[in-house]
Design a protein around this ligand. Structure first.
Ligand SMILES: Cc1ncc(COP(=O)(O)O)c(C=O)c1O
Length: 337
């Protein structure tokens, strides 16, 4: 059994690290009540603004290479940030990438899908019901397809959120702890958007070791609290077992802020679009309507309601997602005057 602090899992250094930690002082002046808000700029990890995904993929793709794979198959929604990051990083590493996407593609491609195409990824699009029902079979089908061609495919699950992907934000927590020491703060709360649970899982267990004073909150952008508690526990157990770690993962504090999904995954209501516009104009910080916009809106609302206390410091992890703004362009029509 090994402590995760000393473990050395296979890793490819692909991200631009460390990312900056910045205070949002102008926003603070506008909303003075509550802890000071800092942003960990993981939207700046590099590789065409690949956000949180690149941290997890440093480990997933290193594992693929370690296993001698020449092809990567992964999945997500039509505008998946994870799929776009995987496609670009595979191109960078000389791996073939095949994306299984959920939705209905009506050309021309926009946002992340256009970037997937530019990165030369193979793309198969499936209607949502079929995708949900048959995903495991689809992965098997394509793995066999490549095996028959003499290729070796490595499957990365949704969002690279599994026992391997946990390392991404375990390591990011160590980086964040060093940032906090440098600027002289000890944040009481850390908050991120949670979609497939991997960022939250890594941050929660990472903070357990490196930032024990901080409560880590995931704001779910789909499903509900129970789903995320189960998913994070599953990823952490898999992580512990796979790497023979000595962590008591059941003792890790996992917290979800539910109630901000709004009209559904990848759909937002006007207050989210207005909140995104406000932050961009006030701080020059751009959020997206699918993940970070909802999570930041939750942060401001819950901070106002007193959930995070009256003072101290808190950190919002900006997980990226910029390209998700453009397919929502019509919802920003209130900016046209
Ligand atoms: C921009 C952005 N933020 C947050 C998340 C959530 O991260 P995770 O899938 O690790 O829960 C995702 C992906 O799902 C994302 O693309």
């Amino acid at each position: 059994m090994t402590s995760p602090v000393n473990a050395r899992p296979p890793r490819r250094h692909l991200a631009q690290l460390p990312t900056p930690l910045q205070p949002l002082d102008r926003l603070q002046q506008r909303y003075p009540d509550g802890p000071r808000i800092w942003v960990k700029r993981d939207d700046l990890t590099g590789c065409a603004l690949s956000g949180n995904k690149i941290r997890k993929l440093e480990f997933s793709l290193a594992q693929a290479l370690e296993e001698g794979c020449d092809t990567v198959i992964t999945c997500g929604g039509l505008q998946s940030n994870h799929c776009r990051a995987t496609a670009l990083l595979c191109a960078q590493l000389g791996l073939k990438c095949h994306l299984l996407l959920r939705g209905e593609h009506q050309p021309p491609a926009d946002g992340n899908l256009l970037l997937d195409q530019l990165a030369g990824a193979e793309i198969s699009v499936y209607p949502a019901p079929q995708f949900t029902r048959e995903l495991t079979t689809l992965f098997e089908h394509w793995e066999q397809h490549y095996a028959a061609q003499g290729r070796r495919a490595f499957v990365i699950p949704t969002g690279a959120s599994d026992g391997i992907g946990v390392w991404g934000y375990f390591q990011a927590s160590e980086e964040l702890a060093a940032d906090c020491r440098r600027v002289g703060i000890s944040p009481g709360h850390i908050l991120c958007a949670t979609g497939s649970g991997g960022t939250q899982a890594g941050l929660s267990v990472g903070a357990h070791y490196h930032l024990p004073e901080a409560a880590v909150w995931g704001v779910n952008v789909c499903d509900d609290e129970r789903w995320f508690l189960n998913k994070v526990a599953r990823d952490l157990h898999e992580w512990r077992q796979r790497y023979a770690l000595d962590t008591d993962v059941d003792a890790v504090d996992v917290r979800v802020i539910d109630d901000y999904v709004g009209p559904g995954y990848a759909r937002a209501d006007e207050e989210i679009y207005r909140s995104i516009a406000e932050l961009a104009a006030c701080e020059g910080l751009v959020l997206d309507p699918v993940y970070t916009g909802k999570a930041f809106h939750a942060l401001l609302t819950e901070r106002k309601a007193g959930r995070f206390g009256a003072d101290g410091d808190m950190v919002f992890v900006h997980t990226g997602g910029l390209f998700g703004v453009f397919p929502h362009r019509e919802h920003f029509s209130f900016l046209d005057h």
